[in-house]
Design a protein around this ligand. Structure first.
Ligand SMILES: [Mg+2]
Length: 249
């Protein structure tokens, strides 16, 4: 099981630092991880994701998969580690550049910088923020690139490594580690945003399927959908119950 965090396990909130997960969802994810191998794949840094989720049973792919930490304590896999200094520099520069925009916030997610505008009210300010981010990155940080998410601009290493690559890596590592028969694995990925589409594509190549969390019909590579994080929680609970019933037969 692969799970995104924001918008999937927790509703999108105004202040990103307050995206807390409910105790019921935490229980559902804990039960899930005890039943199926479960990984979190998020744009947040591993540290932040672990802080929110607080479950040691999980594997974590933070910073859009650029920091992969298995739950067995082995060294993390960080394919873009050479970008750390430039990301730190870009964080400071972007903080400075959007300081005047009311409601803007800049979050360092270790291997990427998130510039949030969930709390920016005026349309004109939102446009200004998007322009500043694009201009700053193109002019001053040519090794980085900008991608769009829900009310956020993400500044990431130019080298390609996305949630899809992270899922591929995790599948390979876990299959080897547990000596799974790869023809008997059914990977499932649940996510709500554009960056999750890369993972949905990989899943269909790997014989699994994606579930997009969305209220309305969307153009997506996922085969199924759930409406909101509370439906996700119910789905996870059902999956665990189903598996336990199978075991009893
Ligand atoms: Mg999300």
């Amino acid at each position: 099981m692969f799970l995104d965090y924001d918008g999937t396990l927790t509703p999108i909130v105004k202040k990103p630092e307050r995206a807390f997960m409910s105790e019921q969802t935490r229980n559902a994810v804990r039960e899930l991880a005890m039943t199926f191998s479960t990984s979190i794949v998020t744009g947040r840094s591993c540290d932040k994701a672990k802080g929110f989720i607080q479950l040691d049973e999980l594997h974590y792919a933070g910073s859009h998969g650029q920091d992969i930490q298995l739950n067995d304590g082995t060294d993390p896999f960080q394919p873009n580690s050479e970008y750390l200094p430039v990301i730190a520099e870009a964080t400071e520069r972007l903080k400075e550049a959007v300081r005047e925009i009311k409601g803007a916030s800049v979050e360092n997610n270790k291997f990427c910088v998130s510039v949030h505008y969930r709390e920016v009210r005026r349309e004109k300010d939102k446009d200004l923020l998007k322009n500043i981010v694009m201009r700053t990155v193109t002019e001053e940080f040519p090794d980085l690139k900008v991608t769009n998410g829900k009310k956020v601009r993400e500044v990431r290493p130019g080298a390609k490594f996305d949630k899809g690559d992270a899922v591929k890596y995790l599948l390979q590592q876990l299959t080897n580690k547990h000596s799974w028969d790869s023809s008997r694995i059914l990977p499932i990925y649940i996510g709500d945003d554009k960056t999750d589409e890369d993972a949905f594509k990989v899943l269909s190549e790997e014989g699994g399927f994606g579930i997009r969390v969305c209220k309305w019909r969307k153009r997506t590579a996922a085969e199924y959908s759930l409406k909101n994080p509370s439906e996700v929680k119910e789905f996870l609970e059902k999956l665990v119950r189903w598996r336990r019933e199978q075991d009893q037969v």
